[in-house]
Design a protein around this ligand. Structure first.
Ligand SMILES: Nc1ncnc2c1ncn2[C@@H]1O[C@H](COP(=O)(O)OP(=O)(O)OP(=O)(O)O)[C@@H](O)[C@H]1O
Length: 234
């Protein structure tokens, strides 16, 4: 399988401080499921920001979809970003829009005709189990429901990579397992999934997921340890 993401000796420094990410090298295979774990402050969010092109590295090489993402001309960034779905812990839903309109947003931004929006939005709502909450505004939804709207919004554009930063941080264990089940289903359809989490319990929810650990800005096991059977680190 081809590498969909490749980092080579990547460093990231905020301002004049020490490097937050140090010599980070790893490759993600297309179609893989990866958990990124590490203590608070280890650099998980920073690494994901590089991955979803919200931040440029201070040094090193990042290749995405076989192309150099660091020197990518600005004009090509939106096209690249559309190929990456992002789910964040704090949902980032638009408060005055309904669940359906939040989910429809990426399609509207990309100029998809209105006639072609209703069906995929309805399918997404059903997929995340919120068919009956289409017209609800975020404030009237529970944390788990809001997170499912955010997941539907992240994947409605059929991204090749889904990046999730602590997606289960604000939900109870039952809902966390349900969210991981959604990610697993997406992964089975071919999407490469990267989930940063403190919650090692989530790992048992995905058979064959890779585990990447980050400590003090360094990735400890760049190839990821394959878990097999579930519940045990190989
Ligand atoms: N925009 C920024 N400017 C300066 N320093 C930052 C910035 N963002 C993160 N940092 C610092 O970089 C380090 C790594 O932060 P990061 O958020 O990547 O870690 P994390 O592993 O995701 O932590 P958590 O699990 O608590 O979210 C921390 O020391 C943090 O203070």
């Amino acid at each position: 399988m081809a590498n969909i993401v490749q980092f080579e000796n990547v460093g990231l420094r905020y301002g004049t401080g020490p490097e937050t990410l140090v010599d980070v090298s790893f490759a993600l295979t297309a179609g893989g499921f990866y958990f990124l774990t590490g203590a608070s402050g280890a650099g998980k969010t920073s690494l994901l920001k590089l991955l979803y092109l919200a931040q440029r590295p201070t040094r090193g090489i990042i290749r995405l979809f076989g192309e150099d993402a660091v020197t990518l001309p600005r004009a090509r960034l939106p096209g690249f970003r559309r190929r990456i779905g992002v789910v964040l812990q704090d949902f980032r839903l638009i408060p005055h829009l309904s669940a359906a309109d939040n989910i429809a947003l990426p399609l509207r931004v990309s100029g998809v005709p209105e006639a072609d929006i209703e069906t995929p939005v309805r399918e997404m709502l059903a997929w995340v189990g919120l068919a009956d909450r289409a017209n609800s505004r975020p404030a009237t939804l529970s944390g788990g429901e809001q997170q499912r709207v955010a997941i539907a919004r992240a994947v409605i554009g059929r991204p090749e990579v889904l990046v999730a930063d602590e997606p289960t941080g604000n939900v109870d264990p039952t809902m966390a397992a349900r969210l991981i089940h959604l990610f697993d289903g997406l992964n089975r359809l071919g999407t490469t999934v990267v989930v940063a989490t403190h919650d090692m319990g989530l790992l048992s929810g995905v058979d064959g997921a890779h585990l990447m650990r980050i400590e003090g800005g360094r990735v400890l096991d760049p190839t990821g340890s394959l878990r097999h059977p579930p519940g045990r680190l190989a």
